[in-house]
Design a protein around this ligand. Structure first.
Ligand code: AMP
Ligand code: MG
Length: 406
């Protein structure tokens, strides 16, 4: 049996990233993987502009006996043309270009006005400071700045940043192609009637949802009955045209568990059995050109092994390079936890703030088929393989559900 870490390392060592690129409109870039390092070809903002509504002026004109005369107005998109005459200021709005010759903007709240029309004068209550309330050209991004690295999963703010540079399209890696099936002669599609001994297929729905968050191209192969011939035919055809084939169920050692035997025959089993709970029967290998991931059939096991093993593999396959390791929060156990040393344990739990720290309580039955224990949870208590029973008040490591689980 491999430790979880060994299994993950072996799996990642077997995964090559996609390299084919495509150009997509910026509005379709969310969650795609950036194909190249992006450097800024222009500055943001492109020119000095005002951070406030107020008056643009030359500091050297202060103190101005009788106030400054108004030379004109600058609004965002409609600059003041020409140079500022001595003893004058320009009415300016947020985002407007700072007129030539001006070196400060004073907020309108700090000015008094006298006179009207061409006799209007602006009086400052204090000395202006050079540069105040001016957003400098390039203050957000300077020309040549490194912006985003290849392998970045694009976020909403990234798309805004690229738009601020005038880019209307972005070069990304193609999406991995993933085939997904459920194995089990007992499984029925939700919406169909159930005969005796049958249950609904929940794994394909929860796994499809997690794959959608990953933004991969999904081929839904439906449910495959537990016969070796049927399974072999489905897997052989799935291997063509997909980067990964994900199956749930049939990876244990029961009589109806054909997945590993079939994989042995038409592909290669690289590892099976991982020292984790739930999820021990997790299997991976090679199927033609495709990676094969065999998740246990119990829905909680499928969820945990997908999150802990399939997800890192799929992210690497997609070309994602994320330096971040998952956040682990220390928390005190609200009640005792049962644990036999030997396997890394992922107990479904609720993490909550408690004074200066955190406390964590399980969501009840930890059976690997009890999917409601996941829906009630917001975190996993992650107990190390060697750890034994935990007493109430002991500190444990907690893995808050991330965007892939929430
Ligand atoms: P298996 O790994 O095929 O031995 O399945 C273990 C348990 O999970 C059995 O009780 C199966 O009925 C159940 N199971 C397998 N696949 C699914 C599925 N797609 N949805 C819900 N339960 C499943
Ligand atoms: Mg089965």
């Amino acid at each position: 049996m491999l430790s979880l870490e060994e299994a993950r390392d072996r799996l990642l060592a077997a995964v090559r990233s996609v390299t084919e690129r495509e150009t997509v409109p910026l509005r379709d870039g969310l969650d795609r993987i950036l194909a190249e390092d992006l450097l800024a070809a222009r500055a943001v903002p492109p020119a000095d502009n005002s951070a406030m509504d107020g008056y643009a002026l030359r500091c050297a004109d202060w103190p101005a006996e009788g106030g400054l005369a108004l030379a004109g107005t600058a609004t965002a998109g409609a600059p003041f043309k020409g140079a500022l005459p001595a003893g004058h200021c320009v009415r300016i709005m947020t985002g407007a270009l700072v007129p030539d010759g001006c070196d400060a903007v004073i907020m309108q709240e700090e000015c008094d006005l006298s006179g009207q029309g061409c006799t209007a004068r602006v009086h400052l209550r204090r000395a202006p400071r050079p540069g105040e309330n001016i957003r400098r050209a390039g203050e957000d991004i300077a020309v040549g700045d490194g912006l985003l690295d290849a392998g970045r999963r694009l976020r909403p703010a990234d798309l805004g940043l690229l738009a601020s540079l005038g880019l209307s399209a972005v070069e990304v890696l193609r999406r991995p192609r993933v085939a997904l099936l459920s194995t089990g002669s007992e499984l029925r599609e939700p919406g169909e009637p159930l005969a005796e001994g049958q249950i609904y297929d929940s794994n394909r729905y929860l796994l499809t949802a997690m794959l959608r968050r990953l933004d991969v191209a999904i081929t839904d192969l439906g449910i495959c009955a537990d016969t070796p011939e049927r399974l072999q035919a489905v897997l052989e055809s799935a291997a063509r045209g997909h980067d990964v084939v994900i199956a749930s169920g049939g990876v244990s050692v029961g009589e109806a568990d054909h997945t590993r035997r079939v994989l042995d025959r038409i592909g290669r089993v690289d590892a099976y059995k991982v020292a984790m709970k739930p999820g021990k029967p997790f299997t991976f290998g090679i199927l033609g050109e495709a990676l094969f991931l065999g998740l246990p059939g119990n829905p909680v096991s499928a969820t945990v092994t997908f999150h802990q093993l399939a997800l890192p593999a799929l992210r690497q396959l997609a070309g994602e390079r994320s330096g971040e390791s998952p956040l682990l929060v220390p928390a005190r156990a609200a009640a005792p936890l049962r644990k036999k040393p030997g396997r890394a344990d992922f107990q479904r739990a609720v993490l909550f703030a408690d004074g200066d720290g955190h406390r964590v309580a399980t969501t009840g039955s930890q059976g690997s088929g009890v999917l409601s224990s996941v829906t009630r949870a917001n975190a996993f208590i992650r107990l190390e393989a060697e750890r034994g029973d935990v007493a109430a008040g002991d500190t444990v490591s907690v893995l808050p559900f991330d965007r892939w689980l929430m």
